[in-house]
Write a protein that binds this ligand. Structure first.
Ligand SMILES: Cc1cc2nc3c(=O)[nH]c(=O)nc-3n(C[C@H](O)[C@H](O)[C@H](O)COP(=O)(O)OP(=O)(O)OC[C@H]3O[C@@H](n4cnc5c(N)ncnc54)[C@H](O)[C@@H]3O)c2cc1C
Length: 409
């Protein structure tokens, strides 16, 4: 058995690095374990609204930043049907290497054990983590930051897990798929789809100009159960491009994205704490997580340090319970329920209803839709924004929001 730590963190993704950095900063004795070294580059490209990082004074971690940020919610059949919505808000992509390095620097040289956790045993005063190598590690508290697929976190069963799925290409194209210096959050124009594709679950284009003649284009299904297949998304992306006479010349990187949007919240009385995808922290309306990790890690680490330092006799499950209470306090749980309710409604929307919904959503004042998408609105305000959205929505969207379906067209 390796010496016991105050806290052991499992994982080396954004969630693990965020929480480990804050725990180390609190002066705790931290152990970290992950199947892959934290020095290995993350496989995903992470995007975020630049003001989320500005409010944390971390905007220098962005590699790309766009001022021209737009979406398209029209039918695209003529100029008017393009319905270009300007977001008037900067969006950015992280420089993942710098982001990883900045978080690791805050871990003060902590060395990760490259191990895969196979089993976890809970005692009164410590938790023992068993790895596939046969090694065991113990700590007063274990935090599972090993992503949404973790088998160790208990949560209610859900028979309809909706997943966000996306297929994307960073590459060179025969002509520009996006205007110069532009970021497109959602291009829902469906005029390249045939009748069969129109009746299938909707998808949109997420795209950006990366400079130097390269672009990132990604066909995305917001949330669907069962998820839209990568083959189907790839076919849709190709038909979207070819309808504009655009071919892919060179693929620099391919991205396959699949993660749950409505994973139920974990039970908050379990002795294992979670953080990140494992803790259902992905925003149910947008699929974003990173801003929330950066905002919520400091207060969680502070609470854990307070509890651990205050009383050496406090049990593992009591520490975990205090952690759960901070991570998912009543306000955040209620907000999460509202988001889940909203997502559940959207799951039944067809292509034209979804376009109409988002067109209305982005007509809300910027502070409202930004606050909704970043989960930064206090509960009463969130509730008011949802009511406001309902009140300004066209009748067919309103009916959809309350669960009625009109026969289309
Ligand atoms: C392709 C893609 C693109 C995304 N884009 C964005 C975006 O632009 N913006 C945004 O905010 N969110 C985005 N997300 C959503 C979310 O931010 C990511 O899923 C994020 O990676 C989740 O972070 P995490 O640290 O919780 O889990 P992960 O990143 O999945 O990390 C899990 C870690 O745990 C380790 N691990 C797993 N099992 C074990 C084990 N048994 N023992 C030890 N270690 C283990 C893994 O090696 C890994 O280090 C995206 C997701 C995907 C899939």
């Amino acid at each position: 058995m390796i010496n016991s730590a105050d806290v052991l963190v499992m994982g080396a993704g954004p969630a693990a690095l965020c929480i480990t950095a804050e725990l180390v900063q609190q002066g705790l004795n931290v152990q970290a374990i992950a199947s892959k070294s934290p020095l290995e580059p993350w496989p995903n490209t992470y995007g975020i609204w630049a003001s989320e990082l500005e409010s944390l004074n971390m905007q220098e971690l962005l590699k790309y930043r766009w001022k021209d940020t737009v979406s398209f919610f029209g039918d695209g059949l003529n100029k008017k049907g393009n319905n270009c919505t300007n977001h008037y808000l900067d969006y950015g992509l992280f420089n993942s290497i710098n982001f990883q390095e900045a978080l690791l620097e805050r871990c003060n040289g902590l060395a990760w054990q490259v191990e895969t956790v196979k089993n976890i045993e809970f005692g009164e005063k410590e938790t023992v983590v068993m790895c596939t190598s046969g090694k065991k590690y113990s700590a007063r508290l274990v935090i599972d930051a090993s992503g949404h697929k973790t088998p160790f976190i208990r949560r209610p069963k859900h028979d309809q897990i909706a997943k966000q799925a996306a297929y994307g290409v960073v590459g060179k194209f025969t002509s520009a798929p996006v205007e110069k210096n532009r970021f497109v959050l959602m291009d829902f124009r469906p005029d390249h789809l045939n009748a069969k594709q129109l009746s299938e679950p909707p998808s949109f284009l997420y795209a950006m100009d990366l400079g130097d003649g390269s672009y990132f284009v990604e066909e995305t299904s917001l949330a669907c159960a069962p998820p839209v297949s990568f083959e189907s998304l790839k076919a849709r992306l190709n038909s979207r491009l070819s309808s504009k006479g655009i071919q892919i010349e060179e693929i620099i990187h391919e991205e396959h994205c699949l993660f749950p949007m409505n994973l139920p919240l974990p039970y908050r009385d379990q002795p294992l704490l979670a953080f990140g995808g494992s803790a259902s922290m992905v925003h149910p309306a947008s699929g974003y997580l990173v801003g929330s990790l950066l905002r919520r890690a400091p207060s969680l680490a502070k609470e854990i340090a307070k509890v651990i330092k205050k009383d050496q006799r406090i049990s593992t499950s009591q520490i975990a319970r205090k952690g759960w209470k901070t991570l998912w306090n009543t306000e955040l749980v209620q907000r999460h329920r509202l988001y889940q309710f909203g997502l559940q409604r959207l799951l039944s929307f067809d292509e034209s209803l979804l376009r109409s919904f988002f067109d209305t959503f982005f007509k809300l004042p910027k502070e409202d839709w930004y606050g909704y998408l970043t989960n930064t609105l206090p509960l009463p305000r969130l509730f008011i924004v949802m009511l406001k959205l309902f009140s300004i929505a066209p009748l067919k969207v309103r009916l959809g929001m309350i669960g009625f379906r009109l026969k289309n067209k």
